[in-house]
Every structure is written in C-alpha cells, then in structure tokens.
Design a protein around this ligand. Structure first.
Ligand code: 5GP
Length: 192
C-alpha cells in the first residue's frame, strides 16, 4: 500500500515536551516537513531566526494577516503566532507530510479548513509533572508561568476532541507512538 503525505497537528500544553517529541521523530524521519512559524515574541537565548521561528514585528505580522499569508494564526499568551501557507505548501509539494506544532486554537482552525488533518494531543502524565517541567525549564518568569498554567488547564480540557492522544511519560515510548501514528495515517487509503 502506498503512502501519502498528510497534514498532522500536534498540540498540548506548554512544557509537555511537544518540541522534543517532534524533534526526535524528525531524527527518525529526516524527510518530515516542519514549517517554521512566525511569531511576534522575542527570541529566547539560543533560538535562531528562520529556524526556531521567523521572529517578526507587530506591524509585519499585521501585514501578513492582511495579505492572507497565514494558514492559521492565534494569540497565545501575550504574543501572536502563525503558520505561513507558503511554508506548508513547500513541504507538501515535496511530498513530505507536515507536522504543525501549534496550540489548540490553531489546531481547530486548521482542521476546519482541512478536515483531512490528523490532530494529535500530547498529554503530561499528571498535572504536577507538567508544573514541575515548566518550572524547571527556567525560561519563564513567575508571571509568565502562571499565564502558561492557566492556558494549559483550558487546553487539557479539549484533549478528548483530538483524533489521537499520547501521554509523554517515557520519552522513547512516546516517540515510538508518535512515529507509528504518523505511519498509520499515511498508509490509510483516501476517504477513510
Ligand atoms: P513558545 O512561546 O513557548 O515557543 O510557544 C508558545 C505556544 O505557541 C505553544 O503552545 C506553541 O505550540 C504555540 N505556537 C507556536 N507556533 C504556532 C503557530 O504557528 N500557530 C499557533 N496557533 N500556535 C503556535
């Protein structure tokens, strides 16, 4: 049976390890597309413009919205984040499946536009583990931590609306589960 490139959305609360999971699956599957999002937030130490995100100004973001350049965009915490259509199209045109690592609102918007999207939710083993992971990441101020935890609560409440849920407890197990989920959906025949 052949494989077809699919559009996957991976969501989950900040600190759940989505980024690490997706990066590990990409190591197994170097040809998996990962479009770079645009954001109005400032880069964190070590983040590279055009690789981690396209870091852009508020006026530039407005301009791209007006020009219809985003597949979806959302206000997350206190900044805007968006997926550029051009980035996704370039991946699909190369025959690569695309993983969009985006927040819950963004996932819903993409799914409305492309009902064929497969939505995957990454869950923490428990609420306490999530709080610890976020705190230990050490990149957030107490205020920003509180905002992220509030957002996490409302995101976790929507987990049951996703096609697939993966608990990120043991990282290797979660990586295998995510990789086999992608393969399963890529092998599905059209229209199922
Ligand atoms: P961070 O600032 O920690 O890198 O990301 C904050 C949140 O923004 C995460 O939940 C992340 O998934 C989300 N995010 C990143 N890129 C996009 C995007 O292109 N669109 C949407 N809607 N959310 C995004």
């Amino acid at each position: 049976m052949g494989r077809r490139p699919r559009l996957f959305v991976v969501s989950g609360p900040a600190g759940v390890g989505k980024g690490t999971l997706v990066a590990r699956v990409r190591q197994k599957r170097p040809l998996l597309g990962l479009p770079v999002s645009a954001t109005t937030r400032d880069p964190r130490p070590g983040e590279v413009n055009g690789v981690s995100y396209h870091f852009i100004s508020d006026p530039k973001f407005d301009e791209l919205v007006k020009r219809g350049e985003f597949l979806e965009w959302a206000q997350v915490h206190d900044h805007r984040y968006g997926t550029l259509k051009s980035e996704v199209d370039a991946c699909l045109a190369r025959g690569e499946s695309v993983i969009l690592e985006i927040d819950v609102q963004g996932g819903i918007n993409v799914h409305n536009m492309y009902p064929d999207t497969v939505r995957i939710f990454i869950e923490p083993p428990s609420w306490d583990v999530l709080v610890d992971r976020l705190r230990n990441r050490g990149t957030e101020s107490e205020e920003s931590l509180a905002i992220r935890l509030r957002t996490a609560k409302s995101e976790l409440a929507l987990a049951s609306t996703y096609d697939v849920r993966i608990v990120n407890d043991d990282l290797d197990a979660a990586v295998s589960e995510l990789a086999s989920t992608l393969e399963r959906y890529e092998s599905e025949e059209e229209g199922i």
